[in-house]
Ligand binder design. Structure first.
Ligand code: HEM
Length: 230
């Protein structure tokens, strides 16, 4: 239930470490996809010079190193934030599952498709769809880091078949997750400007009480604490 006393209050949703991790991760992700795609498709279509391919690969490797440092840095230097994110993603209660009965009401709202019940069950910090997709994204980040280093430095140790499958899953896994991020994560993120600005702006990662209550009522009720008297 909305609390009128909280009108105008700000809720700290993203700490600095969450914001730094997410921004560097997102920027590196697209830079890696672009450099990787130029090398892969360029060679495939046969219209890229070896010089350009080598240069793109050097960029790809350095960006991959930064991408790795960013993830390892988040886990090592902000373990409590990483743990909070993981805990919230791994907590699947009845309402999380029920979210998938109508996909958060989005098919009805945007495409007028009467899919599932009208009511969306109250969600925690992340809704069912966010939990599923963010777990996939984090698994992809870990897999791409591990497979990337193995392909780069571990190649002499790997058999031909292992190398081949690591390469195929590295390339196509990254393209599939990029399609998910581009076609679902970004458009859906734009639906809540409060969350969008909260995670991307330089400065505080807070969002309005109204946005927090609307998207994550269970989180507000269960976890959010008042730290400053208005
Ligand atoms: C460049 C485009 C991107 C935009 C505009 C964007 C936008 C956002 C926004 C607004 C949120 C907050 C959602 C919420 O908590 O309610 C978020 C969270 C998240 N995004 Fe992105 N994102 C982008 C790229 C990516 C990429 C490339 C990945 C990884 C593959 C990613 C993974 C995540 C994860 C794991 C979270 C949850 C993090 C947390 O709550 O601390 N995002 N994103």
């Amino acid at each position: 239930m909305s609390n009128p006393e909280m009108k105008g209050a700000r809720i700290l949703r993203f700490h600095t470490s969450d914001k730094v991790f997410h921004s560097i991760n997102a920027i590196c992700w697209y830079a890696l996809v672009i450099t990787g795609a130029i090398v892969y498709f360029g060679h495939w279509m046969g219209d890229i010079s070896d010089e350009t391919a080598n240069l793109m690969m050097v960029w790809h490797l350095w960006l991959g190193a930064l991408f790795t440092l960013n993830f390892v840095g988040y886990v090592l230097f902000a373990p409590e934030r990483f743990a909070v994110t993981l805990k919230n993603l791994l907590e699947w209660d009845k309402n999380t599952i029920m979210w998938f009965r109508n996909f958060g009401g989005y098919p009805r709202r945007f495409f007028k498709i009467p899919f599932g019940p009208v009511e969306v069950p109250p969600q925690g910090r992340y809704n069912g769809g966010q939990k599923m997709s963010y777990l996939i994204f984090l698994a992809a980040v870990v897999y791409l880091i591990a497979s990337g280093w193995l392909l780069w430095l571990g190649a002499p140790l790997l058999g031909k078949t292992v190398f081949y499958w690591l390469f195929i899953t590295h390339v196509w896994g990254s393209f599939i997750v990029t399609a998910m991020v581009t076609c679902a994560h970004i458009p859906l993120a734009l639906l809540s400007m409060e969350h969008f600005k909260g995670i991307w702006r330089i400065g505080s990662g807070d969002i309005s009480y109204e946005a927090a209550e609307h998207h994550a009522p269970t989180w507000v009720k269960r976890d959010v604490v008042k730290v400053v008297e208005k």
